[in-house]
Design a protein around this ligand. Structure first.
Ligand SMILES: C[S@@+](CC[C@H](N)C(=O)[O-])C[C@H]1O[C@@H](n2cnc3c(N)ncnc32)[C@H](O)[C@@H]1O
Length: 380
């Protein structure tokens, strides 16, 4: 650790999307990360080192093994239980939040940053957190700043809305200001085109390479480079006919009746994004863990032209394309099966959003004004 670096703990670290952004912002030094999913922990270890990754259930890590740190990042998965549940301290669903608070109490960070799904702010978990930050609560030293941020406003080519809570015991830290916008004076939102252009339209492989790597004394599939992640699927002729029928921005409602699955034939209303096709010149919608299934969201490749001879790419995005839409650098390495890697990608905090948060918070932690580095996706 360098003299000036900020020691940091990442809880529920996943593959390390959030750590990736903080490390890229420079000046932060991970001293512990906790993740119980073997393959996600392995991906984290491949990129940031095995020495400080604790592959374990957070509840099994004793207090005396929690290192001191100036910053804790990461948020427990939110189950969105009712606000009523939060009043019951014995509610088992509080457990992960109590673990998070236990780490804050023992590491005594100056600041903690929680990222979570947008519905978190209406959940019992959030009510619990807020109540602990009131006088007499376990987090009473901390002032909370709460915001709903749109990843596209921070340079991510994706309309991913996330709840961010910044807890600080060194004075209130305001919400970071957007660096990009749909229109106006700031640089424009990045689009799908900015990150997908140039990738082969027709991936030649449908599986990951067969390599395995040893991590935590056990073997896992990996380490895969970004180009290994450009893998296609084997859609049925019926699926292909469905994909062909959907133009950019369209979805299940563009399917002719005879191509609709029975459940859609019977349900004329409902989610419009399923079987959706992206638009080249807009950010994507949220990339979730099953982005390889077009029936689950707007995941079809944006290339589509009308007419019989139209140039179409009739497939969902590949793992590499999803990783790019999440702003993972092409140098990031991955461990796990196809399904596990997809889960890691979809669960991650986009590194570019995390980097914006890291740059925003750094001056409060160091007392030194930081200069914002240039956006990796914006032209020089
Ligand atoms: C939303 S993901 C975190 C994503 C991560 N912040 C990133 O940017 O890549 C939440 C993670 O919490 C992990 N998790 C859930 N319960 C856990 C527990 N009891 N102990 C440790 N990790 C846990 C899950 O395996 C999952 O990877």
């Amino acid at each position: 650790m360098t003299e000036q670096s900020i020691p940091m703990i990442d809880l529920f670290a996943g593959c390390g999307g959030m750590t990736s952004g903080f490390v890229a912002a420079e000046g932060y030094q991970p001293v512990m990360a906790v993740e119980w999913d073997l393959h996600a922990a392995a991906t984290y270890a491949a990129n940031f080192g095995e020495d400080h990754m604790r592959w374990a259930d957070i509840a099994t890590i004793p207090n005396d093994e929690v290192p001191p740190a100036d910053l804790i990042i990461g948020g427990p998965p939110c189950q969105g239980f009712s606000a009523l549940g939060a009043q019951d301290v014995h509610d088992p669903r509080n457990k992960l939040w109590q673990e998070y608070i236990r780490f804050v109490r023992h590491a005594a960070p100056k600041v903690f940053v929680i990222e979570n799904v947008d519905r978190f702010l209406a959940s019992g978990e959030f009510a619990l957190l807020e109540s602990e930050a009131r006088p007499g609560g376990l987090l009473e030293e901390y002032v909370l700043t709460v915001a709903l941020l749109l990843a596209a406003d921070f340079g991510v080519p994706q309309r991913r809305k996330r709840a961010i809570v910044i807890g600080s015991r060194i004075g209130e830290i305001p919400v970071p200001a957007p660096t990009h916008a749909r229109s106006g004076d700031l640089p424009r939102w990045h689009s799908v085109r900015d990150v997908l252009t140039g990738l082969p339209e027709h991936p030649t492989r449908t599986t990951l390479p067969l390599s395995r790597v040893e991590v935590f004394g056990t073997e896992v599939p990996g380490r895969f480079k970004s180009e290994d992640l450009h893998i296609g699927r084997n859609p049925t002729p019926l699926s292909l006919r469905r994909y062909r029928a959907v133009p950019p921005g369209g979805g299940r409602f563009d399917l002719p009746y005879e191509l609709m699955p029975r459940c859609w034939q019977e349900k004329k209303t409902g989610t419009t994004d399923v079987m959706g096709r992206m638009r080249w010149d807009e950010p994507s919608l949220t990339i979730r863990t099953e982005f390889y299934k077009p029936e689950k969201g707007r995941y079809l490749h944006p290339q589509w032209e009308p007419g019989d001879d139209g140039h179409r790419v009739d497939r969902p995005i590949t793992h590499l394309e999803a990783a790019r839409l999440q702003t993972f650098d092409d140098t990031f390495e991955w461990c796990g099966t196809k399904i596990q890697v997809a889960k890691q990608i979809g669960n991650a905090v986009p590194p570019m959003l995390a980097k914006a948060l890291a740059q925003h918070i750094k001056p409060y932690l160091t007392g030194v004004e930081s200069t914002r580095s240039r956006c990796a996706l914006c032209p020089e």
